[in-house]
Design a protein around this ligand. Structure first.
Ligand code: FAD
Length: 771
């Protein structure tokens, strides 16, 4: 592979571990962006590239100048075009012209977020929710009758689950569907205002039919929530009899989608409109289901609709990747302040804090990407039938519930950081990140609110914990409990930490060395999950003998701890996915750089949770401090590869569509530098007022045509380093120092003054800082 971006071209020769891990290797190693890019495209590379082809088509792009009504109309047209363009129906049954390619479908679909998130989500409502509900909850009759209109978009649809009164707790919705044996019809009804369906995509304007979730009642028995196919609008676009609704209006983002409310007053639909895969009613009103337990039936039904979560996991990360590609490219071109060289301003990404902000998020983005690929493969395995077992379905739901919160939060936090990292330019619509942030905000809430999902994960972790006691003889149970007790004693007494201190005292280098081994990172991350789950389990175990109300109170007291444990579990999954992906890469520079990135992610997690590791005696303070030091070293090593790492995401100018990532900033910088160099070479550059004063009365005065503003020859404000010298000079001359210096400049200046032991200068700077 070759790369010339940061210096001479270096071949990807097989460097040995020692060479690769030396600081010099940071400059030598080069990433093979093609190799890494292919790895990131994953198993469904062709489908993903097809999604990117669409996302690069201007017809699908978001037009930031449109008001809500026009944006909605444009998104509607885009969906019609998508239906004709093909490849949006590949997950549907072969009998209906689909390809039953579930993983490929999601891989391509999630890339649409870069065209316009409104387009992605409106398409998701049509084919991923409305269509998928008919496919997964319905049977052959529904597939043959309803899927063709859904697939070709002649029947725009609504997925009507949420109600104003109940979003996260779907089991408690108020809408009912009561069977009328006399007419063999369902009577769908909204009994009170809180049971209005709300926030539904396509409901305000475009939806013609809906999959309505309602409590199935027959022969006076409530069998819980089921799904019904209900036409809602006629060909004239008006509501059918008994159906009403409202427009949700302008939202915080995604304004290309017509979200709205629906309510039903004794609306009748045929018996066969019940999507009856998991529960059916005979003509005489007798209810039957292949799943005996109502609770398990409900969760099985909801579980079939996991694909929305899977796709949000990927789409959030696609947006994070695009944000980073914009942020890193800009940070590699944008310059602010001079430092060592008075004529050369510093590139933003050379500042340590900028590296912290961008590169730590870059590392997490890689972790999220590899974890998402595993999730996608698991999802495909279950829904294609390749690995469809109850255990795999359960694992899939837990995996999606663990990863979706982390990736949607990460996407948002990354876009916000890129917004700030690009300064004022980051706030302009033409640079994408601010508006992407608005649109992706709600990804943390729909398809399962993040905090609610993490509680599902926590419950699964607790049941897995309890599982180890199942069938174990009393001796084994005693051993497990004793082991955990010992763990707690060790943690509490700090014995572990004492033992570790002995190791640490020997050599700091050794303690750093231990931390960067994958085994040690895995041990620390796993230990935290296990200990947190065990702690909650032990506390909840004590509640078993309490009343229901007291038990609920104890659960509530541990809710935060349980969610933290779930997050820790999700982070461990991401770290493991990253490590597995590394194992699959061939030895060489690409693998080495990516190992540093994985270490940055792993040690970043340990640093973020350092308080826990210290409080629980898992790390000594000495080793804890070395985590931050090693992260700082990793940032320096990864920095030269930052552009390659974002280039490997594979997004071109038509995906990013950000003016600041187009090379325009580099061109501006080049023009300014050439101009200033030419001015200096020709002796036309004005002398600064400060320099003039420093030279004293013999100084040559600036020419008439010269500018007299207080900038140096590069046009920059004083840098942190030069500010130190300038401030000393100013103090010497007993003049007022410049007031446009930054806090950082003042800090550096103050340090320089202390080093010089110049008390008078230091006092002066302090007074400037205060002002
Ligand atoms: C733009 C948009 C599009 C949507 N599209 C659709 C659609 O097409 N179809 C559809 O059916 N729905 C749709 N929704 C609804 C969405 O799925 C719900 O908003 C979501 O499930 C959350 O429900 P809620 O709004 O009632 O919030 P709530 O469930 O009331 O949650 C509010 C807050 O309370 C917290 N909370 C809730 N329960 C607990 C608990 N037990 N412990 C601790 N904290 C808790 C949550 O974490 C959250 O922060 C959409 C929503 C939006 C905004």
């Amino acid at each position: 592979m070759t790369s010339t971006r940061f210096g001479e071209t270096v071949s990807d020769r097989a460097l040995n571990d020692h060479e690769l891990d030396s600081p010099a290797a940071a400059d030598q190693a080069r990433i093979d962006t093609d190799l890494l890019g292919r790895r990131l495209l994953g198993r469904w590379a062709d489908e993903r590239l097809e999604g990117r082809r669409k996302a690069a088509d201007p017809e699908y792009w978001r037009d930031d100048t449109l008001a809500m009504p026009e944006h909605r109309a444009r998104t509607l047209q885009q969906l019609e075009r998508l239906a004709n363009d093909g490849a949006v129906n590949i997950a549907f049954p072969k009998a209906q012209g689909g390809d039953e390619n579930h993983g490929g479908n999601i891989a391509g679909f999630e890339e649409l977020v870069l065209a316009d998130p409104s387009l992605q989500i409106k398409a998701g409502v049509q084919w991923g929710l409305f269509g998928a509900a008919v496919m997964h909850l319905g049977t052959a009759y529904h597939h043959e009758t309803f899927l063709p209109g859904i697939m070709d978009f002649s029947v725009p649809g609504i997925y009507a689950m949420t109600e104003t009164g109940h979003g996260s707790d779907v089991a408690a919705i108020g809408t009912t569907a009561t069977y009328d044996e006399a007419t063999q019809e369902w009577v769908v009804n909204t009994p009170f205002r809180g049971a209005w369906k709300d926030y539904l995509g396509n409901a305000a304007l475009h939806g013609r039919a809906a999959v309505v979730f309602a409590k199935l009642i027959t022969k006076g028995v409530d069998h819980g929530v089921h799904a019904f196919y209900v036409p809602v609008r006629g060909d004239d676009g008006e509501f059918l009899s008994g159906i009403g609704g409202e427009d949700d209006g302008v939202k915080g983002g995604l304004n290309g989608i017509d979200n709205g409310r629906l309510h039903f007053t004794q609306v009748r639909v045929p018996r066969r409109n019940l999507l009856n895969r998991y529960g059916d009613v005979a003509e005489d009103g007798t209810y039957s289901s292949p799943i005996e337990s109502p609770g398990r039936r409900f969760f099985t039904m909801l579980g079939t609709l996991v694909q929305g979560r899977v796709s949000l996991d990927g789409a959030s990360n696609a947006a994070a990747k695009a944000g980073l590609a914009i942020g890193v490219t800009y940070a590699n071109q944008r310059r602010q302040f001079t430092a060592g060289d008075p004529n050369e301003e510093v590139v933003l990404l050379d500042y340590q804090v900028h590296q912290r902000r961008l590169l730590t998020r870059l590392a997490t983005t890689y972790a999220v990407a590899f974890a998402h690929e595993q999730l996608l493969q698991h999802f495909h395995g279950v829904f294609s039938g390749e690995h469809d077992t109850p255990e795999n379905r359960e694992d899939l739901e837990t995996l999606a519930a663990a990863l979706k919160p982390l990736s949607t939060w990460h996407g948002l936090s990354t876009l916000q950081e890129m917004r700030e990292a690009c300064g004022g330019a980051g706030f302009l619509a033409e640079n994408r990140v601010a508006l992407l942030h608005h649109d992706l905000d709600i990804y943390t809430t729909f398809e399962g609110d993040n905090h609610v999902l993490l509680q599902l994960v926590g419950k699964r972790l607790l049941s897995d914990y309890a599982e180890q006691f199942k069938g174990a003889d009393p001796k084994r149970v005693a051993q497990i409990v004793a082991g955990q007790a010992a763990e707690r004693v060790f943690s509490g007494s700090g014995l572990r930490s004492a033992a570790q201190l002995v190791v640490d005292r020997g050599s700091t280098a050794r303690s750093v060395g231990v931390l960067r081994t994958p085994d040690e990172q895995r041990r620390l991350l796993t230990d935290r999950v296990e200990t947190m789950v065990a702690d909650v389990a032990v506390r909840l175990g004590r509640a078993k003998k309490l009343s229901k109300a007291e038990g609920a109170a104890v659960f509530n007291e541990n809710q935060h701890a349980l969610i933290e444990a779930s997050i820790a579990h999700g982070e461990l999954l991401q770290w493991e996915a990253f490590t597995t992906a590394l194992d699959e890469l061939p030895a060489g520079s690409t693998k080495q750089v990516l190992t540093w990135v994985r270490d940055l992610f792993g040690l970043g997690l340990i640093e973020r949770h350092l308080a826990w590791y210290l409080l629980n005696g898992r790390l000594s303070t000495q080793r804890g401090a070395s985590v931050t030091r090693y992260i700082d070293r990793l940032l320096t090593r990864i920095r030269p590869h930052a552009q390659d790492l974002v280039d490997a995401f594979g997004y071109g100018p038509d995906h990013l569509r950000a003016k600041i990532a187009s090379g325009a900033e580099a061109e501006r910088q080049r023009e300014a530098r050439e101009y200033l160099q030419a001015e200096r070479a020709a002796g036309r550059a004005p002398i600064t007022e400060k320099a003039l004063k420093a030279r004293g009365s013999n100084a040559k005065l600036p020419t008439e045509s010269s500018s007299t503003i207080d900038v140096d020859a590069t046009g920059a404000k004083p840098s942190p380093a030069s500010a130190a010298a300038d401030a000393a000079e100013a103090a010497e001359a007993e003049t007022e120092p410049a007031t446009d210096t930054s806090p950082a400049e003042e800090a550096v200046a103050a340090t320089a003054a202390t080093d010089d032991a110049d008390e008078r200068t230091a006092e002066k700077r302090e007074s400037v800082s205060e002002s």
